[in-house]
Unconditional design. Structure first.
Length: 81
């Protein structure tokens, strides 16, 4: 794991510990958006993980159907990352 991905995951984990209890609890999806972001960065790397996380946050609104929305697996053509 790169230094950038570790730093981003530490920031997200800090959010989960410090702000999540006050702002969280209303996520429509499982896993939560912050957990999804951490997993996406771990699986896909910083840039693709951030893109997946941004798309997920865009889907997180009151009109969206709630449910299980896992991080997609890494494709074979992504192996060079």
């Amino acid at each position: 794991m790169t230094i950038a991905s570790r730093v981003l995951q530490a920031v997200i984990h800090g959010y989960q510990l410090l702000l999540g209890p006050f702002l969280g609890g209303a996520c429509r999806f499982e896993p939560s958006c912050s957990t999804y972001a951490m997993e996406a960065i771990a699986v896909h790397g910083v840039w693709h993980g951030l893109l997946l996380s941004a798309k997920r946050l865009g889907r997180c609104h009151p009109l969206a159907a709630p449910g299980f929305d896992p991080v997609p697996p890494r494709c074979a053509h992504d192996a060079h990352r």
